[in-house]
Write a protein that binds this ligand. Structure first.
Ligand SMILES: Nc1ncnc2c1ncn2[C@@H]1O[C@H](COP(=O)(O)OP(=O)(O)OP(=O)(O)O)[C@@H](O)[C@H]1O
Ligand SMILES: [Mg+2]
Length: 352
C-alpha cells in the first residue's frame, strides 16, 4: 500500500493546513515557468488542527471551502501536506537494487525502520540514488504516514467535493519550492517556523541530510503573553503582532520574545552543529526562514549574529510570475514566508 499519489500532469491546488491557518496556492503553466493564479490564507479557530491532526474536520472544511469560494477556484484537484507525530520520514542505507525489488524489500522490512504497525500506515519511498559512483549501497527515503490521520484529511476534502490527488510532507514541499526558486548546489538549512512547530531541513548539494520537527513556534509567544497578562488569546495575538499597542506591557513582551527566540535559535544551532559534525567539508552557506514565525521582528539579525551565517527570508515567489493587477505586490511580499509550503505542493504535480 502506498500513499495515494495519483497525479498526472494537471496542476493541483496546493492546500497547506497549519495549526494557525489554511494557506492555498494555485499556479498555472506559462511559457517555460509558472505564474500565480490565486493565493490566499484564512485563520483557523484555536485547537481545530493540532500537531498535524484534524481535531475538528467540519470547521476546517468550512474554512477551506470558504477560501475556495473567495478565490473563485474551479479546480477540484488538490494536494495537501502532512506533518507532526503521524508522519515519519527516515533515510535508510540499503543495497542498490531495481525499483520493483526495492519495493518488495521495503514492504517486508519496513517494520524495523518505522515505529508503527505497518498495517496502520501508508508507506512510500524514494531511491535517492546516492550510488552514482557505482557503489553497492544507496540511500532510500522512507515515508510512513498514519492511515487514520491521512484518511481524515482525505475524507474532509472529499466531503467538500474536492479530489485529493497528492499527499505531500511539509518538509518535502518546502524543499520543492526551494529547488524551483534557488540554486540547488548550495548547502542550506530551510527552517519553517509555524505557529506550533519548527521544521528544519538541511540540504547538502540539493539532498536532504538533516530533517526534524521541533515542537516550538509563534503560538508560544501568544500563549506566554496571554498567561503573563491574564488576557484572552485574541488580545495576546494582537499584542504580539503589534496590532494592539503594547504601552506599559512593552518591556514584558520584549522579554518574552527574547527568551523564546533564544530557545528557537538554540534548536537551530543544535541541528547545524549536527550537520557540520557529519559534513565537515560541506559548510552551510545560509539559512532560509519561512513560516509566520520567521516574521518575528529582529529574529533574522539575531540568528545571523548567533550562527555567523547568512540568514534570509524564503521567497517562494522568486521565479513565479504574477499579474500586478490581480495580486497586490504588498500582499504578496507580506504573505510570502507563510506560503512556502502551499507553493511547494502547487508546484509538485508537474514535477512528479
Ligand atoms: N510578524 C509576526 N511576528 C510574530 N509572529 C507572527 C508574525 N506574523 C505571523 N506570525 C505568527 O505565525 C503563525 C502563523 O504562521 P504559519 O501560517 O506559518 O503557521 P501554521 O502553518 O498555521 O502553523 P504550523 O505549521 O506550526 O502548524 C501564527 O502563530 C502567527 O501569529
Ligand atoms: Mg505550517
Amino acid at each position: 500500500m502506498s500513499l495515494p499519489f495519483i497525479s498526472k500532469n494537471d496542476l493541483v491546488v496546493g492546500v497547506d493546513i497549519g495549526s494557525h491557518a489554511v494557506k492555498i496556492c494555485q499556479l498555472k503553466q506559462t511559457g517555460g515557468g509558472y505564474s500565480i493564479v490565486a493565493l490566499g490564507s484564512a485563520t483557523l479557530p484555536e485547537g481545530a488542527v493540532d500537531d498535524g491532526t484534524l481535531n475538528d474536520p467540519e470547521i476546517v472544511g468550512e474554512v477551506v471551502s470558504e477560501l475556495f469560494t473567495n478565490l473563485k477556484l474551479k479546480n477540484k484537484n488538490v494536494g495537501f501536506s502532512i506533518s507532526g507525530y503521524s508522519v515519519i520520514v527516515k533515510k535508510v542505507n540499503l543495497a542498490a537494487m531495481a525499483d520493483a525489488q526495492l519495493e518488495e524489500h521495503i514492504m517486508e522490512e519496513a517494520e524495523q525502520y518505522i515505529p508503527f504497525d505497518i498495517e496502520d500506515v501508508y508507506l512510500d519511498f524514494q531511491d535517492l540514488k546516492t550510488n552514482t559512483d557505482g557503489g553497492e549501497r544507496t540511500d532510500v527515503m522512507l515515508v510512513a504516514a498514519k492511515k487514520e490521520i491521512v484518511d481524515d484529511y482525505l475524507e474532509m476534502m472529499r466531503g467538500l467535493n474536492l479530489k485529493p490527488v497528492i499527499v505531500d510532507v511539509d518538509g518535502f514541499a518546502l524543499e520543492n519550492t526551494y529547488e524551483y526558486n534557488y540554486q540547488k548546489t548550495e548547502n542550506v538549512a530551510l527552517i519553517d517556523i509555524g505557529a506550533s512547530k519548527m521544521n528544519i531541513n538541511i540540504l547538502a548539494n540539493g539532498i536532504s541530510v538533516v530533517a526534524r520537527d521541533i515542537i516550538v513556534g509563534s503560538r508560544q509567544l501568544t500563549e506566554q503573553i496571554q498567561n503573563t497578562f491574564d488576557i484572552d488569546f485574541e488580545e495576546a495575538e494582537g499584542l504580539k503582532l503589534g496590532h494592539i499597542a503594547a504601552e506599559d506591557k512593552q518591556q514584558e513582551i520584549a522579554k518574552i520574545f527574547t527568551t523564546t527566540c533564544t530557545q528557537w535559535v538554540l534548536e537551530i544551532k543544535k541541528a547545524i552543529d549536527l550537520y557540520h559534525a557529519n559534513h565537515p567539508d560541506q559548510p552551510l552557506t545560509k539559512l532560509v526562514l519561512s513560516g509566520g514565525g520567521a516574521k518575528v521582528t529582529g529574529l533574522l539579525d539575531f540568528l545571523e549574529k548567533e550562527t555567523e551565517l547568512t540568514v534570509e527570508l524564503f521567497n517562494p515567489f522568486l521565479k513565479l510570475k504574477s499579474k500586478k493587477k490581480k495580486i497586490d505586490s504588498d500582499y504578496l511580499s507580506s504573505i510570502a514566508p507563510e506560503m512556502a509550503i502551499a507553493t511547494g505542493i502547487a508546484l509538485r504535480s508537474s514535477n512528479i
